[in-house]
Design a protein around this ligand. Structure first.
Ligand code: SF4
Length: 452
C-alpha cells in the first residue's frame, strides 16, 4: 500500500495525465495553494532586514496554522511568493503565493550546495526562486512605519495591495463569511506584537506610494487594490463607497494615472458604484464568493442578511453599466463548493454549479475570476476541512473556466498582468497560468464605461 506522501505524487501525476490541456504548472500550483508548503529554515527570510521579500500578511493569514503553530516561520517570515522552474516536470516560470503548512508534503529547502528546491515526498520537483527585497521596502515612512506594512506589493511586484481597513464589520459566527479569517488575523498579528494598522491613515498611504513610485524605477508596480472589511454602518463618518473611494481620489490626484486603480468591496447600489468610478477607480471587484444559493446563504450569512444573493447579483450587473462589463471582475472562492458539511459531495456537481455562475456572468460580458481557497484553521470551513477541496475540483475548474470564457468570446480580464504558463504573475490561483498567452489582455484594454 502506498504511503500517504507517495500518494500525493501519484495524485498530481494522474491528474496531469487525465487533464493534459491543463498546464502541469497549474496542477502543482493549485496543490500548493490549497494545501500549503513547509519551509526549511534555510528558505525563510530575514524579515525586513535581508535580501528576500517577506510575506506581508496583506489581508488574510493565508496559512494552515496560527502564527504560534508555524514554528520558525512565525519569527523569520517566509517569502511573499516563490517562483518554480525546471525539475522533472520541466516547469515553466510559475509564481505561487506562500501559504505555510508545516505538515505539508511539499517542502522548500536548500540542498548541500545551498540551492533552493521544492520537494514533494522527499523528491526534488523544481528549482525555487525567491523574490528579491524591493528597493522601496528598504525605506521607511517618516514615522518609522515600513512600506511593507502600509503598501505591500504582491504578484511579483505587479500589484500594490492596500488593505486600508483590516477588520470587517461583519463580526462573529452569525455574520462573518465562513471561510474568512480577516478578523482573526488582525487579532493574531496584534498578539504577536507586529505593527498592523487597523485603519490606514491617508497620509501614510500616500507617503508609502511616493516611496514606491520613486524607487520602482522600472515601473513593475502596475496596479493598486483598495480593500478591507465590509462597512455595514459607517467608518470615520463615511459609508463604504466614500471610505474606500476617498483613497482612490487622493491617489489619483497625487499620482494621476500612475497605476490602475481597483477596489474590492461589497456589491453596492449603482449610485455608490458611480462614486467609485468618479473617484478614479477603474476596476471593480464586487465578489460573489460562491454561486450556489444554499451555500451562499450558509457561507456568507452577513451578506445574505444585509443584501441578499439576488440583490447582490443585480448590483453586479448594474455596476457593469458604470464601469463597463470588462472592468467588473467579481471573485469567487474556489473550493468552498465542496466543503463539509454543506458542500457538494461530488466534483461533477460542484463544477456544474460553478460553471452555471460563470455562464451567468460571462454571457453578460462580465469575467469573474477566482482565488484558491486556503482552509485557514480558525475559520468554520477551514476547521471542518483542513485538507481543503479535492485537487481534481481545482484542476477541472481551470479547464471549465477557460472553456466558458472562450465559448462567450472573452479573454483574460484586464489588470492581471500577462496570461499563459510561464508568463503569469497572478499568484493566488492559476487561472492566469491556464489561459492562452496570446490572449492576454493588454493593460490599455481598460475601457471607459459604456452606456449599458
Ligand atoms: S465580507 Fe466576508 S470575506 Fe469580506 S472581509 Fe468580511 S467576513 Fe471576510
Amino acid at each position: 500500500m502506498p504511503s500517504r506522501s507517495e500518494s500525493r505524487t501519484q495524485l498530481i501525476e494522474s491528474l496531469m495525465e487525465r487533464f493534459p490541456h491543463v498546464p502541469r504548472e497549474a496542477v502543482i500550483k493549485e496543490d500548493l495553494l490549497r494545501g500549503g508548503i513547509a519551509f526549511d529554515e534555510s528558505a525563510l527570510s530575514d524579515n525586513e532586514n535581508g535580501e528576500v521579500k517577506p510575506k506581508s500578511y496583506f489581508i488574510f493569514s493565508f496559512d494552515h496554522g496560527t502564527l504560534p503553530e508555524l514554528g520558525a516561520a512565525a519569527l523569520r517570515r517566509p517569502p511573499e511568493e516563490i517562483v518554480l522552474t525546471g525539475g522533472p516536470y520541466e516547469l515553466r516560470r510559475t509564481v505561487v503565493s506562500v501559504r505555510v503548512n508545516p505538515s505539508s508534503p511539499y517542502r522548500v529547502a536548500a540542498d548541500d550546495n545551498g540551492v533552493l528546491g521544492l520537494y514533494l515526498d522527499g523528491a526534488r520537483i523544481s528549482d525555487v526562486g525567491l523574490p528579491p527585497m524591493p528597493d522601496y521596502y528598504r525605506h521607511t515612512l517618516e514615522n518609522g512605519k515600513s512600506v511593507m506594512e502600509v503598501a505591500p506589493t504582491i504578484q511579483w511586484g505587479y500589484l500594490i495591495y492596500l488593505t486600508v481597513f483590516r477588520v470587517c464589520q461583519y463580526f462573529g459566527a452569525k455574520e462573518e463569511c465562513q471561510y474568512c479569517d480577516i478578523n482573526h488575523n488582525w487579532r493574531q498579528q496584534k498578539a504577536a506584537g507586529r505593527p498592523y494598522t487597523g485603519v490606514k491613515p491617508m497620509d501614510e498611504v500616500l507617503e508609502a506610494l511616493a516611496i514606491i513610485d520613486k524607487y520602482d524605477t522600472n515601473k513593475s508596480s502596475t496596479a493598486y487594490t483598495l480593500t478591507g472589511g465590509a462597512i455595514t454602518t459607517r467608518l470615520q463618518g463615511k459609508d463604504e463607497a466614500d471610505f474606500y473611494g476617498q483613497y482612490a481620489k487622493a491617489i489619483e490626484e497625487r499620482f494621476p494615472g500612475r497605476w490602475i486603480g481597483k477596489v474590492v468591496a461589497q456589491a453596492l447600489p449603482k449610485e455608490d458604484v458611480q462614486r467609485f468610478h468618479d473617484y478614479g477607480v477603474r476596476i471593480y471587484h464586487p465578489n460573489y464568493e460562491v454561486w450556489d444559493p444554499y451555500l451562499f446563504e450558509r457561507y456568507c450569512p452577513g451578506k445574505e442578511r444585509y443584501v441578499g444573493r439576488d440583490e447582490w447579483h443585480r448590483r453586479i450587473l448594474d455596476s457593469a453599466e458604470v464601469f463597463g462589463p470588462r472592468n467588473v471582475i467579481p471573485n469567487f472562492v474556489a473550493g468552498v463548493e465542496m466543503a463539509e458539511p454543506f458542500g457538494f459531495k461530488t466534483v461533477d456537481e460542484a463544477i456544474d454549479s460553478t460553471v452555471e455562475g460563470l455562464q451567468y456572468f460571462m454571457s453578460r460580458g462580465i469575467t469573474p475570476r477566482f482565488t484558491t481557497w486556503c482552509p485557514e484553521p480558525t475559520t468554520p470551513l477551514g476547521k471542518a476541512n483542513p485538507q481543503g477541496a479535492p485537487l481534481e475540483y481545482h484542476v477541472r475548474l481551470l479547464e471549465a473556466y477557460r472553456a466558458t470564457m472562450e465559448a462567450n468570446g472573452l479573454t483574460s480580464p484586464p489588470g492581471y498582468g500577462p496570461a499563459g504558463p510561464g508568463n503569469a504573475v497572478f499568484s493566488v490561483s492559476s487561472f492566469m497560468d491556464s489561459l492562452p498567452a496570446e490572449k492576454a489582455a493588454p493593460e490599455d484594454a481598460i475601457t471607459p464605461a459604456t452606456a449599458g
